[in-house]
Design a protein around this ligand. Structure first.
Ligand SMILES: [Zn+2]
Length: 208
């Protein structure tokens, strides 16, 4: 499933859509969201997201930031390349890797689905620092135009002392040798940003 926390803009749009759809008489009392409504929200977020480019906001920002790189302007699908976004919010780190299916050794005509797909989220990253982080969620979303395809692999971690997380070790190159370089970005809770290009010989992004 799509990681809800990762698309704040889509989430807000979905909320307003539901507001419209569910709007009865203006005198309806406010009710806190129930679990059922939250699942509706998630579905709406997916529906909204389907109308937008599949890249998460942070990745889109990264692409915009990299547009000055010669030869890479507008190049969203490059075999061997990938984009990694790490966001921190409360106790959670959300990691999202977007890359061509070919990088994972997959056919680009078919997007992997279900539990089979989730294994591609396994062991791709590892938080670094003197605390304990537990993986709480994995999700895979893919798209293909019939010739080329890509997927976004997301992993959410919950950390006991998130302030102590110093960075992230990226194991993608070891697991999937077709990766050659990954544009990584870290977005901190107070707007901090660290951007770095990772390669098979430089696989760590530090958060400061
Ligand atoms: Zn391709």
């Amino acid at each position: 499933m799509i990681s809800f926390r990762f698309w704040p803009v889509a989430a807000i749009s979905a909320a307003s859509l539901i507001g419209l759809a569910a709007c009865g008489p203006a005198s309806d009392p406010y009710e806190p969201p129930s679990p059922v409504q939250e699942s509706e929200l998630t579905e709406a977020a997916i529906a909204v997201d389907a109308d937008r480019p599949a890249a998460p906001e942070a990745v889109a920002e990264l692409e915009a930031a990299n547009d000055h790189d010669e030869g890479h302007a507008g190049e969203a699908h490059e075999h061997g390349g990938g984009e990694l976004a790490i966001t921190r919010e409360d106790d959670f780190l959300t990691v999202s890797l977007d890359a061509p299916l070919a990088n994972f050794g997959l056919s680009e005509t078919k997007v992997p689905e279900g539990p089979k797909a989730e294994k591609y989220a396994e062991g791709i990253v590892e938080p670094i620092g003197p605390t304990v982080c537990e993986e709480t969620e994995r999700s895979i979303t893919g798209r293909t135009d019939g010739t080329h395809g890509a997927m976004t692999v997301s992993v959410v971690w919950r950390c006991k002392k998130i302030d102590r997380v110093e960075g992230m070790l990226v194991h993608v190159f070891e697991r999937y040798p077709a990766f050659e370089h990954i544009d990584a970005i870290y977005l901190g809770p107070e707007g901090q940003q660290v951007a770095k290009e990772l390669t098979p010989s430089d696989t760590e992004i530090d958060f400061d």
